[in-house]
Write a protein that binds this ligand. Structure first.
Ligand code: SF4
Length: 400
């Protein structure tokens, strides 16, 4: 559970859905958090860059700006450090002198930063409506209900939960409470191996993988050599998850029915199409993609792996990348001088729309508010949730 400051009243009262789409409102029942207050500067203000720079300079070492890889260029230019969510949270913890951590990312990332930073550090999300559709797909109530289903099927004591970093603090806490660990897209294989060793009998131990079914399936099948039949999908919108007790007893991987709306868009046709369009292309995708996409790709890995692979790629090589478009475009520009051809895997535009809610007006408003001494959009995880979530994160840090 997180808390945030109360909103200011708006002069007009558009519908909640319209406000949500505009990034000026939020759904309190979702990962998007709570209302987003603020008198934002106009996006057409020609002084936005100068204003952000001035406010950041005024704050000095008191502020540390984190920029997730999928953020817009207009925001990334103000980031003190860029990276994936876990790296950024650790970078923030390593800067204790920074009183304000401005997280240009989405809600669950700001929660993770709050969990890993000291009590004196205040984590701020420039737009509280920047959630994550994948994290939204597993709520605390749904996961508690799932555990009841597993108990009734007589398998709960054989199940070790593993939660992907891309989950709310509540889900991380659930995982910590039930003896499980967190994983990232870089260490999912080690996390699953560890989890299977935790059960009394590794042969009968099962993993409940939350909330991304694709990362769970890809890791189990591609890295650990399991079969697709070893995996079942728990659908929280169906009675008993849509599974019989027998199916649950036979399964080794119980995959939560969640996915990333960005990576889930890539298809086998995208891979076949790009191979026909760009002869000699290497297809490199993120493990949040569907299993058939991962199976058809040449290489699979996290955003950090994708960046390192392109850095090490020979001149003249060709790459089709299956991850978020802001990052792919930045990489294409960066490596163009080295004669590396980098294209987006899909023909259609595929930004993370919630990440894109963090724009220059929100960043300017946040930095100027902080510079004036007004703390806005703080993301704060309650103590009990934080303690259990930290337990799960610490298990991940201790992975061999
Ligand atoms: S890219 Fe996917 S997983 Fe990442 S924040 Fe966006 S919706 Fe969530």
């Amino acid at each position: 559970m997180t808390t945030a400051q109360p909103r200011t009243d708006l002069d007009v009262q558009p519908t909640p859905l319209a406000l949500l789409l505009l990034g000026r409102e939020a759904d309190p029942a979702s990962e998007r958090g709570v209302d987003c207050p603020g008198d934002l500067p106009s996006p057409s203000d020609p002084d936005l860059v100068a204003r952000a720079r001035a406010a950041k300079e005024k704050l000095g070492d008191k502020v540390f700006v984190l920029g997730h890889h999928y953020q817009r260029d207009e925001v990334i230019q103000f980031a003190d450090v860029t990276g994936d969510s876990f790296k950024l949270a650790r970078d923030a913890a390593a800067r204790p002198e920074a009183e304000y951590i401005v997280f240009c990312g989405v809600h669950f990332m700001a929660e993770s930063a709050d969990i890993l930073t000291s009590d004196e550090q205040k984590v701020v999300l420039p737009d509280l409506a920047a959630g994550c559709s994948m994290a939204d797909m597993a709520t605390a109530e749904q996961v508690a209900e799932c555990w009841d289903v597993l108990s009734e099927a007589g398998v709960a004591d054989q199940v070790v939960p593993v939660a992907y970093m891309n989950s709310s603090a509540d889900i991380k806490a659930f995982t910590g409470k039930h003896g499980g660990t967190i994983c990232t897209s870089s260490n999912a294989e080690r996390a699953l191996e560890w989890a299977f060793e935790q059960g009394q009998d590794p042969a009968t131990t099962k993993i409940l993988f939350l909330p991304d079914q694709h990362l769970g399936r890809n890791t189990a099948v591609r890295d650990l050599g399991m079969s697709l039949e070893d995996c079942v999908v728990y659908n929280p919108h169906k009675p008993n998850g849509g599974l019989t007790a027998e199916r649950l007893r036979d399964a080794r991987m119980i995959l939560w029915r969640g996915h990333c709306s960005v990576h889930g868009r890539f298809s086998l046709e995208s891979v076949e199409d790009v191979r026909a369009r760009v002869p000699g292309v290497n297809v490199l995708v993120h493990p949040e993609c569907k299993h058939e996409v991962v199976a058809a790709a040449d290489l699979v890995g996290s955003t950090e792996y994708i960046i390192k692979t392109l850095e090490a790629a020979p001149r003249g090589s060709k790459w089709a990348i299956g991850t978020e478009l802001n990052l792919v475009r930045r990489l294409a520009n960066r490596f163009a001088e080295e004669d590396k051809e980098i294209v987006f895997l899909d023909r259609t535009v595929c930004f993370c729309s919630t990440m894109n809610r963090i724009d220059l007006p929100h960043l300017v408003w946040t930095l100027e508010s902080l510079a004036e001494g007004t703390l806005v959009n703080r993301i704060e995880v309650d103590k009990e949730t934080e303690d259990f979530a930290k337990l799960a994160l610490e298990r991940m840090l201790a992975l061999p």
